[in-house]
Design a protein around this ligand. Sequence first.
Ligand code: 13P
Ligand code: SF4
Length: 364
Amino acid sequence: MLRLQAPLTDSYTLASPDELASRITAAKLTLGDRVLILGHHYQRDEVIRWADKIGDSFKLAKFAADNHQATDIVFCGVHFMAESADVLTGDHQRVILPDLNAGCSMADMADIDQVEEAWAEIAAVTAIDRVVPITYMNSAAALKAFVGRHGGAVCTSSNARAVLTWALDRGDKVLFFPDQHLGRNTGFDMGFGESDMRVWNPRLDCGGLEDREVKDSTLLLWKGHCSVHQRFRPEHVATARAEHPGVEVIVHPECAHDVVEVADRVGSTERIQEWVADAPPGAVIAVGTEIHMVQRLAREHADKTVYSLDPLICPCATMFRVDAPHLAWVLEELVAGRVVNQIVVDADDAEWARVALQRMLDIT
Ligand code: 13P
Ligand code: SF4
């Protein structure tokens, strides 16, 4: 989705890293507790160093929901995370995304029209009141509102199993969007087999499925993926094991199932961070997730060998858009009494998205 971010002035783009650092320090000091800076693990070092709280998307949503003091929450992450924070915070709080172009290509793989259409097509084939829609956190607020309205919930990579278990206690089938890989990996983890899961291709009539396939499947998995995580292949794991006998391979559940199958552990960014921190000195760990996080883990744990499973750099281009100049800009505008880049979810979507997010928080 194209969102327009106004270019920054020279005062930001030409400022040295040191100058930006002292300007951010000064702005933070002036703003005090009025501002809360949240940072996702994939953010650059020049940004994450200023975060008051760091986490995976679940933890950051909780930080936003639990903070009632800050009037301005600067979300150093991507658009769907900032939307969720807006939904979960009070009316007296504003959520700011430093660069409006920080979206998520996976979230853009499902839009509300496609989801409504899929829902109608599924309803024509099977009892729709037995189908529970679940959306991954990586989706627009309108999709979270859709699942809220239809008895479903949001999940993140850290609680997908708990949320899917909850859903299947309430119905016979789940429509899961937009990440087929998280859905499939969780389905296998729960003991489902290949034939219980079908991919729903929103570009094809009835998802490209026969009526019988829709009726027979337990998990209908939206044909979406993360362009960063789909790069990891089982061959990378084989190479890691050949080059470093004893290596521990840790991957994110957005990776394809054939990679997850041969990895040692699979978990959210927060879990990955914990596992690396808990590994003994001397451990060799190959990590399959975004490169900025992997490089930071390598620096923070110099007593261990931590490296990217994919030897080619694998950045998230949209997370990368948030940088020190944009952070300095939004903070200095706040100091000047101006709010820029506020993310506002419309009231109706916000009401139902809150229901879906709250169900997730209650389940986990
Ligand atoms: P986490 O919830 O694990 O932080 O994942 C978010 C994400 O976008 C991974 O690509
Ligand atoms: Fe989206 Fe993938 Fe980037 Fe995560 S890493 S924000 S899923 S594009």
